[in-house]
Write a protein that binds this ligand. Structure first.
Ligand SMILES: *Cc1c(COP(=O)(O)O)cnc(C)c1O
Length: 255
């Protein structure tokens, strides 16, 4: 079983305690994928929400290269039973034997490659450089920016938030209120809005589809993202929707 904490599309959180209990009852191996959202567990106020039930997992990972300011690639991988990996991957030809084999973790025995890059070093530098307080401050700023953006969208009659804003991602669409459009026309409108925003060269948003709805995604996760970028995004959003407004009219099938 693979449970996801923070799905790629909308940072949805699977109900890990319930999934974990079922896995325990049926002796199913449980892997927990928190590749993106796992970084939020650095915040005490988010830890319970993100990691509830994690004690039931057999393996867990998150990617510092996503939201923890570490250059690609770097994944932190936690295993409950390292012996399972060692039994699977360990090979010990004569020329690899050393006096220290019993005293250290030879990570070549925990996975497929023998030669590996020293990825932990760059993560160590990040942790030393920012410090835990520095990392937490940036994450809290990102969460606050996402809430601020969500607040602006909620206060505006022509935008709709399409998924809970539980982290630093905001999933939304433009829904000009006065004229109801078909789903297809509405999706097309939002597709054009995304293209116009990104063509500005000033912001870069991505998209997904949630329940058939073309969805714009704004994420506040860059190391130096700040309030001024949020203001810029908001201004662009108002300008581009205004420019596209004439298109927000259903053309009749006969036209
Ligand atoms: C990004 C992401 C992945 C992919 O991670 P890689 O380390 O690039 O393979 C997997 N799961 C989730 C939830 C992700 O956000």
């Amino acid at each position: 079983m693979v449970a996801t904490l923070g799905t790629t599309s909308s940072t949805a959180i699977d109900p890990l305690p319930a999934i974990g209990q079922i896995c325990a009852a049926f002796q199913v191996f449980l892997h927990v994928d928190a590749a993106y959202a796992g970084t939020a567990a650095l915040l005490p106020e988010k830890r319970t929400e993100i990691l509830a039930g994690i004690e039931l997992a057999d393996t867990y990972l998150f990617n510092p290269h996503k939201w923890m300011f570490t250059n690609f690639d770097c994944t932190a991988y936690f295993v409950k039973d390292p012996q399972a990996l060692r039994r699977t991957f360990e090979i010990l030809p004569e020329y690899l034997k050393t006096e220290r084999d019993r005293e250290v973790n030879n990570y070549r025995d925990w996975g497929i490659p023998l030669g590996r890059r020293f990825r932990a070093l760059k993560l160590w530098f990040v942790i030393r450089d920012f410090g835990i307080a520095g990392l937490q401050a940036r994450l809290r700023q990102h969460l606050a920016l996402a809430q601020d953006f969500a607040e602006k969208l909620r206060a505006h009659p022509d935008f709709e938030i399409l998924a809970p804003v539980n982290l630093n991602l905001v999933c939304f669409c433009w829904r000009p209120g006065a004229r109801p459009l078909s789903q297809e026309a509405h999706n097309d409108l939002n597709r054009q809005l995304l293209a116009a925003l990104n063509a500005s060269g000033q912001v870069y948003l991505t998209h997904t589809v949630l329940r058939g709805q073309y969805t714009l995604r704004a994420v506040f996760g860059n190391t130096y993202v700040s309030e001024k970028h949020l203001e810029l995004l908001w201004a662009l959003l108002l300008a581009k929707t205004q420019a596209l407004a004439p298109l927000a009219v259903e053309t009749s099938p006969s036209a």
